[in-house]
Design a protein around this ligand. Structure first.
Ligand SMILES: Cc1ncc(C[n+]2csc(CCOP(=O)(O)OP(=O)(O)O)c2C)c(N)n1
Ligand SMILES: [Mg+2]
Length: 376
């Protein structure tokens, strides 16, 4: 067998549409599903549309800021807005979320000021915030690590007796398709399953782990992995905000009532680069991206609102203006972030300090002192 025989199955543009839960087609047509038919009021639909537009705009602004040298790096959510808004709006106030580095939309839906993670990407702080204050854990860059943190947290929720009622707490752990190959994630599945932890594993399958396509992570649909661990798994159209909301709400409610974990595979597509350090034209072709643009999560919501008369041009114009204003504000606030003094990076690393850190601190301090005028 030659190396060329390690053939890949067809890529995500050539594969037939997978089976998944869908409530809104790319044409903006509302379809029903026997298990997940949620009724949304016109106001709720307009609210979801607004969320999608605002986070896309904020995300685009952050990408522009990085391109202008104002952020060190940015991980864009372009294309994944529906997965994030749908699941993010499905969370109840008492639920706890564990994000990766890309969950800006979930963060926004939690009611958190979108400026919060920007200090991390600008390099002026270490991205620390109080997870309990927002019920939103810190951004986690170590692939898959947060699934174990979330599992431990969820086991703690059970031990605290906060499971089994309508106002019980549930946990959601976000991760990507690539992360499913990590040992941590598989360990999280085992632990959460055998301890019946109140956790929803929300996998945004955006088809790539940097340049590695899905075919290099799995030969079975990801959601089918759940069965082997002993909990339900399902696939949802990740570009359909209504379906993402419906399946996540149900899985969270089942978890809070003591029915244990669930795995949701949100089948979506990363329309931009992995991060601003990446050039996706090196590993994927334009026609693939174009095929997914036709399934755009925002476009289909707009079509639905137009089709049903739930919104008019005045509304669409107002939302666009609001998003633009939010983006300008975000920019102004990023530009006015003060630069920290160089030595500040050693603070808040450990609550009680550490000998290794102290040594690094001393070395760096001596190094800075070699410059004329020392440092502040
Ligand atoms: C443990 C670990 N290994 C490798 C990396 C480098 N890395 C950063 S993002 C990434 C790909 C993640 O892909 P996926 O889980 O699909 O998430 P996505 O970025 O597509 O949202 C890798 C390998 C890392 N951050 N942590
Ligand atoms: Mg991915």
């Amino acid at each position: 067998m030659s190396k060329g025989d390690l053939a890949r199955p067809p890529g995500p543009d050539a594969r037939p549409e997978p089976e998944f839960v869908q409530l809104l087609t790319p044409d903006g047509e509302r379809v029903s599903h026997p298990d997940y038919d949620v009724d949304f009021t016109d106001e709720e639909l307009r609210g979801l549309y607004r969320d999608l537009v605002v986070i896309r705009k904020l995300d685009a602004e952050a990408t522009a800021l990085q391109r202008q040298g104002e952020l060190g790096i940015w991980a864009s959510l372009l294309g994944q807005e529906a997965a994030q808004v749908g699941s993010g709006r499905a969370l109840r106030a008492q639920d706890m979320a564990f994000p990766t580095y890309r969950e800006h939309g979930v963060l926004y839906c939690r009611g958190i000021d979108p400026i919060m993670p920007l200090g991390l990407f600008r390099g002026v702080d270490q991205g620390g915030w109080d997870p309990n204050a927002h019920k939103f854990n810190m951004y986690t860059i170590v692939i898959g690590a947060q699934t174990l943190h979330a599992t431990g947290y969820a086991m703690g929720v059970t031990m605290d007796g906060k499971v089994g009622t309508d106002d019980g707490e549930a946990v959601i752990a976000y991760f990507g398709d690539g992360a499913t190959s990590q040992g941590d994630v598989n360990e999280a599945f085992v632990w959460s399953s055998v301890f019946n932890a109140p956790i929803v594993f929300f996998c945004q399958n955006n088809q790539y782990a940097i340049s590695e396509p899905l075919e290099r992570q799995t030969r079975v649909p990801l959601y089918q992995r759940a069965a082997g661990f002993g909990f339900p798994g399902l696939r949802v159209d990740g570009n359909d905000v209504l379906a993402c909301y419906a399946v996540t709400r149900k899985a969270l409610d089942d978890a809070r009532h003591g029915q244990g974990p669930a795995f949701i595979e949100a089948y979506t597509y990363r329309m931009g680069a992995h991060t601003t350090s990446d050039d996706p034209t090196r590993y994927r072709i334009a026609s693939e991206v174009e095929a997914w643009q036709a399934k755009d999560p925002i476009l289909r919501m707009r079509r639905l609102l137009e089709r049903t008369g739930a919104a008019d041009d005045t509304f669409f114009g107002e939302v666009a203006d609001e998003a633009a204003r939010d983006a300008v504000q975000l920019r102004e606030r990023v530009l006015s972030m003060p630069d920290p003094a160089p030595m500040e990076m050693f603070e808040h690393v450990y609550a009680e300090g550490s000998p290794v850190l102290a040594e690094q601190r001393d070395t760096f301090e001596k190094y800075l002192a070699t410059f004329e005028g020392g440092h502040s």
